[in-house]
Ligand binder design. Structure first.
Ligand code: 1CP
Length: 397
């Protein structure tokens, strides 16, 4: 599969002057400089699924509102995004939305069923189904841009991370019609009808790339692509049938740059290779950092970096020092506390966190996170204590 014929040149754009990176509000923050490969005094920390059901204030706000309606209500989505930042003092907000939101905005019949996840009205199983998928008019992304703008106005110097689902993970829901353990139908389609598969991947890359780009343009300071289910794939299938689509989606944000000025010029220069000048002069023109995360993707880490990510998110199955080795020792990592240990006695969790921080020193820089999302039954006080504990530990190697 190849999308070589697609011209992404028109996506090169300097971020607006009011953007938090361009204004300098977030460009020297611990999260952004660490994503750019600079190890600071403390390890920044945030949690996947930090917004959501572990917080009583979230459960209260959501009463009577369906998940996707909450995502498309700009004020509600913004408030839910801010809740974990206020409560835990994490180093980043992650935009409250869902990976299926761009499908919904394109007109696909999808809903999020409580306790289950995304469910499609009509699974996409044939070439005809793929051809019938609707085109996304980017104007429909307005509620997303509005929610992001409201959020960054309230966040001050805390960066907002924008996110999107990777084309394969979206395609897995479309083909299966809902959550699945092994994504068998999607893996069958990729081999039984390669042309329909390529077209499907191009469609998912287009809508999800537009969703991510809209969040960055509206004020998000970093991007995370979730290929949660890529771990179901062999390296050969990932490389030939999936990676080009992920690269295409990320190409929509690669061209978005900002100019580091004043105090920001001297930070964040180590590994932001796409923006770094070849002659080793400190680059003042920087790219928006991109994180790529998947579950059970220990065999795919290098391929996932190669699609155009700056940082690789590591799940809890593989220690960070081993992940760093597989990535050649030169890639900033994010991860990888086992979410199961959030429910363990504090001394057990503390020992695990110290081990994660220690192994993270094998990488040039490290942002602490979980190896997957916060379980809904997590005691939020444990997360707050964890943030304070991580901030009390020296980050130097
Ligand atoms: O009623 C509820 O509270 C619904 C639960 C919920 C929430 C809070 C869903 C349904 N999505 C979300 C928000 C969400 N989804 C965020 C918010 C920001 C944050 O992290 O705080 C993000 C980043 C996502 C991304 C997402 N949605 C992913 C990728 C991350 C991951 O968990 O691997 C995936 C796979 C989805 C699909 C999805 N949406 C919801 C569920 C329960 C699922 C997973 C279903 C499955 O197991 O297949």
């Amino acid at each position: 599969m190849s999308f070589d014929t697609i011209d992404t040149g028109h996506d090169v754009q300097v971020l607006p002057v009011s953007h938090p990176l361009q204004e300098g509000r977030t460009s020297a923050s611990p999260l952004i400089t660490t994503y750019q490969g600079v190890r600071g005094d403390v390890t920044p920390v945030w949690f996947m699924r930090q917004a959501g059901r572990s917080l009583p204030e979230y459960r209260e706000l959501r009463v009577g509102t369906e998940m996707l309606d909450a995502c498309l209500n700009s004020e509600l989505a913004s408030e839910i995004t801010l809740q974990p930042v206020r409560r835990h003092g994490v180093d980043a907000a992650i935009f409250f939305s869902d990976i299926v939101v761009p499908m919904k905005l394109a007109g696909v019949d999808v809903s999020i069923v409580p306790g289950k996840g995304p469910v499609l009205g009509h699974p996409v199983r044939t070439a005809r189904d793929v051809r019938d998928l609707p085109t996304l008019d980017e104007a429909v992304l307005a509620p997303i841009s509005e929610a992001v703008a409201l959020t960054v106005a309230a966040l001050g110097d805390t960066p907002l991370i924008g996110f999107a689902g990777a084309p394969f993970t979206l395609a897995a829901y479309l083909v299966e019609g809902g959550p699945s353990k092994d994504h068998l139908a999607a893996r069958t389609l990729m081999h039984s009808d390669p042309a329909a598969w390529a077209e499907l991947m191009q469609w998912t890359a287009t809508i999800t790339g537009a969703f991510l780009r809209a969040q960055i343009l509206a004020g998000a300071s970093a991007a995370q692509l979730f290929d949660s289910w890529a771990g179901a794939l062999s390296l050969a299938d990932y490389t030939s049938k999936v990676a080009p689509a992920s690269a295409l989606a990320l190409s929509r944000v690669h061209g978005l740059t900002y100019t580091a000025t004043g105090a920001n010029v001297n930070v964040g220069t180590a590994s932001n290779s796409r923006a770094a000048a070849a002659d080793e002069q400190l680059p003042t023109e920087r790219a928006v950092p991109i994180v790529h995360f998947g579950v059970g993707t220990g065999e795919l880490l290098k391929a996932m970096h190669d699609v155009g990510a700056d940082v690789v998110g590591i799940d809890y199955r593989i220690p960070l020092d081993e992940a760093s080795r597989r990535l050649g020792g030169s890639v900033t990592l994010q991860g990888n506390i086992d979410p199961a240990l959030l429910a363990a006695p504090w001394p057990v969790l503390e020992a695990h966190v110290l081990d994660v921080l220690d192994r993270g020193k094998a990488a040039p820089a490290h942002v602490l996170n979980l190896g997957h999302g916060v379980p809904p039954e997590t005691d939020p006080a444990v997360l707050t204590r964890l943030v304070d504990f991580v901030h009390s530990q020296p980050a130097g190697s």
